[in-house]
Design a protein around this ligand. Structure first.
Ligand SMILES: [Mg+2]
Length: 254
């Protein structure tokens, strides 16, 4: 590990305007995760989970409901994938199980409405994300969106956000493991060393890209789904952590 990278790794969360260390290499391609990197997502799931727990309060305590819902979601990931529609089905399945079949049709209808309400939320940008994307695009970077989630929902959010024009390619992925990234990089003819990935999830956005020989910037969001949490005790190379998207251009040396 070079001295420069070592310093960056150990002084990761500088305030805007205080970065002394910029990236020592140039990237042609920059990939952006979408949920909780470009726009808010996880907060809506947390709000809905609490409403779901309230709906079932006559059957169970809140903590049990949350744990059981998470267990159902994990079991269903292999069949439904990521996203709101799978989450809706998991709420219904959990409600039936925890109530031993006694949950009323009115409450099931409420769960469907909660999910539809999530699908119809307006896009709420993370501070600075749209401005940075627009600016990098104007400066000639080739930008791509690499996001997982429900296909229709993500397409709808991309349209509502009105940012498609800044991207060379948009990929809605079924999962974000090394093999998934490798396939996309090959498809787009991108050398991993020329690729920088920006995202809020160490597990899904950062570690797989670093393992392929790419570089990554982690910008944590205040809420992370338990499934996305990962322990990392390794010192990472070609890795930066920022507090906010607005710091990205500064670290890129722009
Ligand atoms: Mg994300």
């Amino acid at each position: 590990m070079s001295a420069l990278v070592f310093i960056i790794c150990w002084f990761p969360a500088a305030k805007k305007g205080s970065y002394k260390y910029v990236m020592n290499k140039k990237y042609k391609w920059i990939g952006f995760d979408a949920d909780d990197t470009i726009w808010e997502n996880e907060t809506f799931f947390r709000e809905t989970e609490y409403q779901f727990a309230k709906l079932l309060s006559e059957f169970c305590d809140e903590q049990t409901i949350m744990q059981e819902l998470y267990k159902t979601e994990l079991d269903n990931l292999k069949d439904y994938g990521f996203g709101i529609k799978g989450f809706m089905l998991s709420m219904i399945e959990t409600a039936i199980r925890l109530s031993k079949g006694k949950v009323g049709i009115d409450k099931i209808s409420c769960m469907i409405e909660l999910g539809k309400c999530m699908l119809n939320k307006p896009v709420k940008f993370i501070d600075g994300s749209k401005e940075v994307i627009e600016s990098l695009s104007k400066k000639g970077y080739k930008l791509v969106v690499l996001t997982k989630g429900d296909l229709l929902d993500q397409e709808r959010k991309l349209s509502k956000a009105n940012i498609k024009q800044y991207f060379h390619h948009i990929e809605i992925m079924s999962d974000k493991q090394e093999a998934n990234y490798n396939k996309i990089l090959e498809h787009l003819n991108i050398e991993a060393r020329d690729f920088l990935m920006i995202g809020n999830s160490l597990k899904s956005d950062i570690l797989p890209v670093l393992n392929l020989g790419g570089s990554a910037v982690h910008i944590p969001f205040h809420t992370t789904w338990v499934h996305e949490e990962v322990e990392n005790n390794k010192k990472l190379e070609n890795f930066w952590e920022l507090e906010q998207m607005a710091q990205l251009e500064e670290v890129l040396g722009l």
